[in-house]
Design a protein around this ligand. Structure first.
Ligand code: GLA
Length: 660
């Protein structure tokens, strides 16, 4: 038996590579809940056992992790060694495939990272048709409850759940990107504990849950090779992305806290600066004059970084042209782009820029020069989405172009912030080409890694038509992620609530805008919008040149408040209180002795003092019951709750408490 140990949990497997125990420290001392008795009928043992990773010869009927074309894959275990966690080696004597399986707890966390490396040591090429990263086994005597996040553009991260007593549930993306439709993390509860499973991959993927008749749920996570097997020539190998698993006795929110802690570990430790982004104010109509007018007000409000969004480069008057030609438009910056950036910085602001480097418009000089750089299926028309094509970043020449374009911009101008967008998924591809999806994703990571290494002072915000590229791999390579283009207050509250169910606040980019609701257009105050954007990384995206003195004064105060509390918000432990559909809706952040509570009235208004009513109470979590926090005891705040009394004009608040 081998046990690996995380911060508060442990994970034990046996010499058959079957799971024995997964839970709090000490959980392996006792009979395994995965052991089974009785005779296996009309299946193989691997279909019933808590197998950690199985080829289709070992687990032929109920869901294998690895498969190859033309034959059933079987293997023998060669060794298990302790090496940065555990490493097992298995070999198939027929094909010569050798597979390394890895397990380790990410240091200081309760997240088990698992992956596989498949080597072809044989004499002939092997075509891999199924390439899972890991299978996670969960006891399920009475089925499981699965929570996940789904959506579409402008409605990302909508919480959803289903009960599965038998059969299969699956989510994923075939779009060559994580996608708007599903987040690549799920939580599975069996009535006793909740398990989180996530995948660190930014291409096509699948996570599935199988619940069998004998009390086992098995969650498989991995890349999707749908229609695109990977051929391994002799001597070649492929490494799967990391699948991450976590155990929590504290429900779905407990799982979320584990993901937050993990993502904080993946992140670069840096204070999140307050940004202004001009997209909603000016859209494509970028001019130096109008941007500087916005920058003037931004500086006055206390903003730290001014970001010019889409529309700054040649040929970009709308979304019909320009992508690919990353040269500042001289007509828009008559004194030169350098002088413009300098003028922004003279106001005491840092400077940031929007790019979408993997894309090209048919109407661009880049496309005229390199029509062969875009994805296509020979002989068929190329489809545009938002009038643009996707460059085949898997090609070395495209990779170099993207890397050098960004490197050049960062060298030519004092830019400290890049917003990297991706506004269309892949449609066509050459099915004969080797691992199109893997090549694109690997080169995306190479560029991001290059930027981190060569421009360590540059903050990178990931964006994909809103939140289509949010996953554990991007969390490790960007500083922030844009959850959605929907910035309307009540709509955004739902999106952010869902986002925080899987991802950490330091990643959650959010702007205060003037947007009306797309789905829920009940008006909300400026304070509501500010508290909402303060719940993650504060930005402002409104046309602030139209704001009056009162709005500017209020905004200045909120920006100062955010600067005071942002450490607690971006590094603290998160508890979600109530729901984004009620009067009681709050997020509590706790860091050491400091507590910040962001609260919103997302429901109706009772009473308004015309009839008797009682305050809304926000019961806090994880405090010291005996300590005092301002006017309250910890016991009171936890058992009764922080009181708020919403009125028509007072619909949100940010509360700071400190243990005395
Ligand atoms: C996408 C992004 C937006 C904005 C526009 C610019 O839609 O999600 O935030 O940058 O592109 O074209």
């Amino acid at each position: 038996m081998w046990t690996i140990t995380g911060a508060t949990t442990e994970y034990t497997i046996d010499d058959q590579l079957e799971l024995v125990a997964w839970g709090p420290h000490g959980v392996s001392h006792g009979p395994s809940p995965y052991a089974f008795h009785g005779k296996v009928q009309y299946m193989l043992r691997g279909d019933v056992a808590a197998v950690e990773y199985a080829p289709d010869g070992v687990r032929p009927f109920l869901g294998a992790d690895l498969g190859i074309a033309a034959q059933v894959l079987n293997w023998r275990l060669v060794s298990v060694t302790e090496q940065d966690g555990l490493r097992a080696e298995l070999v198939d004597d027929v094909t010569g495939l050798r597979v390394e399986l890895r397990w380790r707890f990410a240091p200081g966390t309760d997240v088990v990272e698992r992956w596989a490396v498949v080597h072809n040591d044989g004499a002939a090429a092997v075509s891999v048709t199924r390439l899972g990263s890991a299978g996670f086994n969960i006891p399920s005597p009475a089925g499981v409850d699965i929570s996940y996040l789904c959506g579409q553009w402008s409605q990302e991260f909508t919480p959803a759940s289903t009960t599965l007593t038998r059969g299969r549930f699956a989510i994923g993306s075939e779009q060559g990107v994580t996608g708007h439709q599903f987040a690549s993390t799920i939580a599975v509860a069996n009535g006793q504990a909740t398990y989180g499973i996530g995948l660190a991959w930014t291409g096509s993927w699948q996570i599935s849950v199988d619940v069998d008749a004998a009390g086992l749920a098995r969650v498989r996570a991995g890349r999707s090779l749908e229609g695109a097997p990977i051929t391994l020539a002799p001597g070649e190998s492929v490494t799967t992305p990391v699948a991450a698993g976590v155990y929590s006795a504290d429900g779905h929110d407990g799982v979320a806290r584990q993901w937050h802690a993990y993502e904080r570990r993946l992140a670069r430790p840096a204070t999140r600066k307050v940004i202004y982004n001009s997209w909603e104010a000016t859209t494509f109509d970028v001019t130096a004059e109008a941007q500087l007018a916005l920058a003037d007000v931004a500086a006055e409000l206390g903003v730290e970084t001014f970001v010019v969004d889409d529309g700054w480069f040649v040929g970009r008057h709308d979304d019909h042209g320009g992508l690919g030609d990353w040269t500042p438009d001289p007509a828009k910056f008559p004194d030169g782009f350098g002088a413009f950036v300098h003028a922004v910085r003279e106001k005491g602001l840092e400077f940031g820029l929007w790019v979408e480097p993997e894309m090209v418009n048919p109407k661009s000089a880049l496309y005229a020069a390199h029509p062969d750089w875009v994805y296509e299926t020979a002989g068929r028309e190329r489809s545009t989405i938002r009038q643009q094509y996707l460059l085949n970043l898997g090609r070395e020449d495209v990779f170099e172009f993207v890397r050098d374009t960004l490197d050049g911009l960062l060298r030519d101008y004092p830019i400290t912030y890049l917003k990297w967008d991706f506004n269309r998924p892949r449609t066509e591809a050459d099915r004969n080409a080797q691992d199109v999806d893997g090549a694109h994703v690997h080169n995306l990571y190479r560029v991001l890694d290059f930027l981190r290494a060569n421009h360590p002072g540059v903050t990178i915000e990931g964006c994909a038509a809103g939140g289509a590229r949010v996953d554990l791999a991007m969390a490790a390579r960007t500083d922030m992620l844009w959850p959605s283009d929907n910035t309307a207050p009540l709509d955004r509250l739902l999106i952010q609530w869902g986002f925080l169910g899987a991802h950490a606040p330091h990643l959650m980019s959010s702007w205060v805008t003037d947007a009306a609701g797309m789905f829920d257009d009940r008006p909300r105050s400026l304070a509501f919008r500010f508290v909402l954007a303060c719940a993650g990384v504060l930005g402002i995206g409104a046309d602030i040149t139209r704001w009056g003195d009162a709005e500017k004064a209020e905004a200045t105060e909120w920006v100062a408040t955010y600067k005071r509390v942002r450490d607690v918000i971006t590094r603290g432990e998160v508890h979600r209180i109530g729901s984004p559909h009620e009067e009681r809706c709050a997020i509590q952040y706790t860091l050491g002795d400091r507590v910040v509570v962001c609260a919103w009235n997302a429901g109706g208004l009772d009473g308004r003092d015309g009839v008797p009513a009682r305050d809304v109470r926000l019961p806090l979590r994880g405090l010291d019951p005996a300590a005092r926090y301002g006017d309250f005891s910890g016991a009171h705040l936890m058992a009764v709750g922080l009181p708020v009394r919403w009125t028509p004009g007072y619909d949100a608040g940010l509360f700071e408490l400190e243990r005395q």
